[in-house]
Design a protein around this ligand. Structure first.
Ligand code: NAP
Length: 270
């Protein structure tokens, strides 16, 4: 039996165990995935302990993703992003970040090619950084708008592969009307807060793709508004599934059945 886990605090609501265990079961693998409540002060011992115990791999979530850079050997993308969400033990202790690739695959899996498209990214936190670095490699025409403008400017400065426009939320309608893909990577609209959205249907056009990375609830107010405007919508479940699938592949060299993982997550959320 091989063990895997996700570390974080809080952790009891993590969907990763149900998602990965569904994949292990459907592949007939003798593996189990569990959630462990670990804060930043215990991260070093927890990661080295899992290594010593022969774990197959770990995921890291809030508040550990940035702190992990001091503990693991990060691959270049994780170092650029400044955060680690996946730890592999095959050659030492290596840190990866699969969030950005998860977002890109969620878009591509819905038939949206990002290459050279005009993308408006709302947010400049950890998830936004992962998405921005990944999409920048596709030479997208990227604009980052964030409540705290300094944070958007810092992210734009860190991205070296394409030029990035930045701003706050004051000209959001113009920015949305001018873009092909709108990605919400802020935590607005996330449970348990009341339904809220930074962008409403009157600010959107029907040629737009709206991708909300918030997955709880699955049908956010932003996505409801997007449907009213006739825009294409993508919810946050697929990013969760694809970032998990990438981690699974790093640990096992097997690409897991994403349909099984998606079903497990959607059942848990509903
Ligand atoms: P984070 O690092 O804390 O960043 C939060 C972002 O949201 C910042 O840009 C922050 O702006 C903004 N924000 C927070 N409250 C806001 C408000 N009331 N109005 C406007 N902007 C607000 O969090 P994160 O890790 O990036 O996660 C962000 C969201 O993505 C969460 O809902 C998380 O669950 C979701 N997520 C989903 C996936 C997935 O696989 N689908 C993966 C990772 C994260 P300031 O900079 O101004 O504070």
């Amino acid at each position: 039996m091989k063990l895997f886990g996700v570390l974080g605090d809080p952790i009891s609501h993590s969907l990763s165990p149900v998602m990965h265990n569904a994949a292990f079961k459907s592949l007939g693998m003798d593996c189990e995935y569990h959630a462990f409540r670990v804060g930043t002060s215990d991260l070093y011992n927890a990661v080295h302990g899992a290594h010593a115990l022969g774990f197959g791999g770990l995921n890291l979530t809030i508040p550990l993703k940035e702190k992990a850079l001091e503990i693991v050997r990060p691959v270049p993308l994780a170092k650029e992003i400044g955060a680690v969400n996946t730890v592999d033990f095959k050659e030492g202790i290596t840190g990866y970040n699969t969030d950005g690739l998860g977002a890109k695959m969620a878009l591509e899996g819905s038939g949206v090619n990002t290459r050279r498209k005009k993308v408006l990214l709302l947010g400049a936190g950890g998830a936004a950084r992962a998405i921005a670095f990944t999409l920048a490699k596709d030479r997208v025409d990227l604009t980052i708008a964030n409540r705290t403008v300094d944070r958007a400017e810092k992210l734009a400065y860190d991205i070296k592969t394409c030029s990035v426009m930045t701003g706050g939320f004051e000209n959001l309608k113009e920015l949305v009307m001018d873009c092909d893909i709108l990605i919400n990577s802020t935590s607005t609209g996330m449970f348990p807060n009341a339904p809220e959205t930074l962008v409403t249907s009157d600010m959107m056009h029907s040629g737009l793709t709206v991708f909300d990375i918030v997955y709880n609830p699955m049908n956010t107010l932003l996505l409801q508004e997007a449907r009213k405007a006739g825009a294409r919508t993508i919810d946050g479940v697929m990013m969760l599934v694809y970032q998990g699938a990438e981690a699974f592949k790093i640990w096992t060299d097997i690409y897991p059945p994403v349909d099984v993982m998606e079903k497990a997550v959607r059942e848990e959320l509903s």
